[in-house]
Design a protein around this ligand. Sequence first.
Ligand SMILES: CC(C)(COP(=O)(O)OP(=O)(O)OC[C@H]1O[C@@H](n2cnc3c(N)ncnc32)[C@H](O)[C@@H]1OP(=O)(O)O)[C@@H](O)C(=O)NCCC(=O)NCCS
Length: 171
Amino acid sequence: MSETWSIGDTVVTIRPIARSDLALEQAFVEGLSTHTGYLRLLSARRPTLEEMEHFTHIDPAREFALIATVDSDGRERQIGVARYVKTSTEGTAEFAIVLSDSWQGRGLGRRLLVGLLSAAKRDGLQRMTGATLWENRGMQALARKLGFKIERDPDLATLRNLVLDLTEWSA
Ligand SMILES: CC(C)(COP(=O)(O)OP(=O)(O)OC[C@H]1O[C@@H](n2cnc3c(N)ncnc32)[C@H](O)[C@@H]1OP(=O)(O)O)[C@@H](O)C(=O)NCCC(=O)NCCS
């Protein structure tokens, strides 16, 4: 289930993550700016190796992840990832997405998230949720355009909760 997409002269491949992608994921995470890492993890810390192993060695019964890659001097290079994990609420999953800094604002986030939501629908999920910082205008703009409702978090003033009814959603 791999697709390609051309942006300018660059061909972007979007495909499910594989266990063999750990080195790609590590290089990708290490290349993120502090600001982008902060927006993704909602904290200034960097993911540990153990967490990165969890990111690539996913449990297909409860998780799904798509990565975006480009060719860089004959080697595959990761430029983005979007994932969901099913929550304890039946039919619901929580998503996260992050792109390399130089790939932000070029339509890739929309493309990856639409791919992820389509996969979630095929997987029989009914509801997709996410959480983002109140100042993350880019994430909120993308979520709004895809039909998410944006709600204030009842406990944390700095957070916005994103909620999409997948039964009403189509790509
Ligand atoms: C948030 C993120 C995934 C969005 O992806 P992106 O590729 O930058 O966004 P896109 O270029 O696909 O934009 C999607 C739409 O949102 C709009 N948009 C994006 N950023 C925007 C901003 N800062 N302000 C207003 N609108 C914005 C675009 O105009 C576009 O609208 P269109 O489809 O009608 O043209 C990406 O910027 C990113 O990885 N940011 C850092 C990590 C992060 O914040 N992750 C989310 C944590 S919850």
